[in-house]
Design a binder for this molecule. Structure first.
Ligand SMILES: [Zn+2]
Length: 501
């Protein structure tokens, strides 16, 4: 068919017809989304091509909208399965609004910011995590699929993930909320925002990592109220509580918190910080990232991109007459040396190391951080080690007799064991696992003469660990035994968690 005058549009007419701007139109042209013909210096567009483009754009938008709605339906379905009514779900989603965003400077988000569809999906993703007591949420993208998983009581549970197109939008929204750079694609980024859920405040820490098929996101859900526990809320046995108090009463020295990743050692360290009187002591924390804003404490956010390393921050703190310093990690030997200078010049320093138990942390301090044995001998006060174990579901808890093999693991003679033990039979409340929630088992080392001598005697790591274990106030295994007798957890669970130590 012969094209007439009105079927061919010039640039100005095409812009008007599409309702867009020049740069956008050029972008569409460049990416081949729209067809145009160059006549000399002038662009010409066939109207039918523009109509085709608008239709496909509309279709794309509709496709996303349908996907979004289907996904939201699925979230609502799963929340209903958890016992929420439709009304409650609507109520929660309306209330589960982001309250603060940002890396370090938290700012209020304007009302209405959570109203768009993608924001709703982000809300649901986080809400499902919070309502199922997940500790973290994983969004991943692969060649042919995307994946959404929740970690509940240590185990990962997969649910239907957003489509690839939605996944990208969700990531953009998460970055916006966490105040991250949208353009930066090739390097890890992390930030945080806060949410209200069921009347509680949660910190959502967002970690973005570049992967083979695109960026992945890990969301750590941190109950802001749980971060600030008091020492007596850490589920320490009475003896261990006394030992920790004893440690924190010293005026100067080094106290180390240890445990595997995700064992709650930061919560314990915060509880320890929280026990100091910030009116009488000048307290500094050096953290990456700052997890919780304390009142009356100077918190320094480490930001290597801006040149603020742990080492630099520590040196700056030392010029400000501190009493107590909390260093959330020891990244290298230089920082370890500076930390020891702080301790040896009469300050109280709290830090943490990721290790399986107290004896392993002691060896690591001595062998990996280049700390001199005599320095460690004079300054290390003690090590608080911990590990999480699953708690027996209260709804299906029942008495049982553990295997003799299990009793022997705890060093007991089965014929002599008179105590009662419990386990969960498995029920709807606990997803048939017999467990619900987690508690902590501890291992506390307070440096005594024998340990100090061992530190300075340059014995092999294995021997040092053995002595440290003998001198521990209460090993995790023993603490676990006590907690099993108290009906909090099972012997098998303690055995599984402590076997590798
Ligand atoms: Zn149960």
């Amino acid at each position: 068919m012969e094209k007439t005058e009105k079927d061919i549009l010039n640039l100005e007419q095409a812009l008007k017809y599409l309702g867009t701007t020049k740069p956008t139109l050029y972008r569409w042209l460049k990416s081949g989304k729209i067809k145009g013909v160059k006549a000399g210096q002038q662009w010409r567009f066939y109207k039918e091509n523009l109509i085709e483009f608008l239709n496909s754009k509309e279709k794309e938008k509709n496709k996303l909208k349908i996907q979004l709605e289907a996904l939201v339906d699925k979230f609502i379905g799963r929340l209903k399965e958890q016992g929420f009514s439709g009304e409650e779900t609507a109520d929660i989603i309306n209330k589960a609004v982001v309250v603060k965003t940002g890396k370090t400077d938290v700012q209020e988000v304007k009302p209405g910011a959570g109203k768009t569809d993608v924001a709703r999906v982000v809300n649901y993703i986080i809400m499902e995590g919070l309502s199922s007591r997940a500790s973290d949420i994983h969004l991943e993208v692969f060649e042919n699929k995307t994946r959404l998983r929740y970690r509940v009581d240590g185990a990962l549970k997969e649910v239907e993930a957003p489509s690839r197109e939605l996944y990208q939008l969700v990531l953009v929204k998460l970055k916006e909320l966490a105040n991250l750079d949208q353009q930066k694609k090739g390097e890890p980024q992390s930030g945080r925002f806060e949410m209200n859920f069921g009347g509680r405040r949660f910190v959502v820490r967002v970690n973005i990592l570049p992967a083979l098929y695109g960026e992945t996101a890990t969301l750590l859900l941190i109950n802001a109220d749980a971060i600030l526990l008091k020492l007596d809320q850490l589920d320490l046995s009475p003896e261990n509580y006394k030992s920790v108090r004893e440690l924190l009463n010293i005026s100067h020295g080094l106290i180390v918190f240890t445990g595997p990743a995700g064992s709650g050692k930061t919560t314990s360290m915060y509880a320890a910080m929280n026990s100091f009187d910030s009116a009488k002591n000048k307290i500094f924390t050096i953290e990456n990232p700052v997890e919780y804003a304390f009142f009356g404490i100077d918190q320094i956010q480490v930001d290597p991109a801006k040149g603020i390393t742990h080492l630099k921050a520590l040196k700056a703190v030392m010029n400000n007459d501190p009493d107590v310093i909390m260093l959330n990690e020891i990244p290298d030997k230089e920082t370890a040396a500076e930390m020891m200078r702080a301790v040896l010049s009469g300050h109280l320093v709290l830090t943490q190391i990721s290790e399986v138990d107290g004896s392993a942390a002691l060896v690591r301090l001595l062998k990996n951080f280049g700390i001199e044995a005599h320095q460690l001998r004079t300054s290390l006060a003690g090590i608080v080690a911990q590990m999480l174990v699953r708690k027996i579901c209260p709804k299906c808890k029942e008495k049982y007799r553990p295997d003799n093999k299990v009793l022997k693991y705890f060093g007991k003679d089965p014929d002599q064991v008179r105590e009662e033990f419990f386990k969960g039979r498995g029920c709807g409340e606990c997803g048939n696992t017999g467990f619900r929630g987690r508690t902590t088992i501890h291992d506390i080392i307070i440096m005594n003469t024998k340990l100090k001598e061992a530190v300075e005697s340059n014995i092999p790591a294995g021997d040092l660990r053995k002595i440290a274990r003998q001198e521990s106030r209460c090993l995790m295994k023993e603490d676990g035994w006590q907690k099993a007798i108290a009906g909090k957890t099972t012997l098998e669970e303690v055995m599984k968690m402590t076997k590798e130590i």
